[in-house]
Design a binder for this molecule. Structure first.
Ligand code: SF4
Length: 244
């Protein structure tokens, strides 16, 4: 099956499985999404959603956050990990928004990329979620699932995965498709060696499925063999004891 055909089926199946999707980072303003997505690196979205509440209570706007000392930001965002570098990036980005963009988040991919701490993933997320423009967000779930399903070939580099997906995913579908991959990656196609394929709606189009099924069967056989050996050992020990 060609990748484009496979992609079209996957898009439709995931739409049925997860009709309503949205970004799991909570925000009510574009600049807040920028802050949250920076904090989300190596941290859960749930924790970010809690931590930013304290941050926005103290600094309710771009101007306030831009005026804050990076150390004061760090004291609040520390629970998200990498507090020093995240606080530094947030501070620099807010200052840039204040000084060069009149406190507005630009709706242009290349302009977004100029902001400190903003990479392709963050810029795509803002373009798609805030401005409703075509976007492909290649996070860890997207990369894992696209490799397993067979939408990319053994490719782990986020930019290369993004570029490969642009060729096979219709632009207007990209943003929601990536959100759905996150949902599916958390609930079904998890990072475990053997994900929950038995619950998956993509089994018949997934390239990795036959391999994973084989692995699962082999594992079950090993477990059964180990159980049989243990039972036999127990029986032998019992017989020896009885003979004595
Ligand atoms: S069949 Fe298994 S490996 Fe393939 S997408 Fe579904 S859960 Fe992931």
């Amino acid at each position: 099956m060609r990748k484009k055909e496979r992609a079209a089926i996957v898009i439709e199946r995931l739409k049925e499985a997860y009709p309503d999707v949205e970004c799991t980072l909570e925000y009510d303003d574009a600049w807040k999404l920028l802050v949250s997505v920076r904090l989300a690196a190596q941290c859960t979205d749930e924790r970010v959603n809690v931590v930013v509440q304290g941050l926005y209570e103290k600094y309710p706007g771009i101007r306030e956050l831009a005026a804050a000392e990076p150390e004061d930001i760090e004291a609040i965002v520390k629970p998200c990990g990498l507090g020093h570098s995240k606080a530094r990036d947030i501070s620099k980005a807010m200052r840039m928004l204040r000084d060069e963009y009149d406190c507005r988040v630009p709706d242009d991919f290349d302009e977004l990329m100029k902001l400190p701490g903003v990479g392709r993933k963050s810029a795509n997320l803002v373009m798609g979620d805030v401005f409703g423009k075509p976007a492909i967000v290649t996070d860890t779930h997207c990369i894992r699932l696209c490799n397993r399903i067979g939408l990319v070939d053994d490719e782990k580099d986020p930019k290369k995965v993004e570029m490969a997906l642009w060729k096979i995913i219709p632009p207007e579908e990209g943003n929601d498709f990536c959100h759905r991959l996150v949902y599916h990656g958390r609930e079904v196609c998890t990072a475990r060696t053997t994900p929950y394929c038995d619950k998956c709606v993509l089994r018949d189009v997934c390239k990795e499925y036959p391999k994973l099924e084989k692995l699962k069967t082999q594992k079950a056989k090993r477990v059964q063999a180990a159980k049989t050996t243990a039972t036999n050992k127990g029986k032998t020990a019992k017989t020896k004891k009885e003979k004595k």
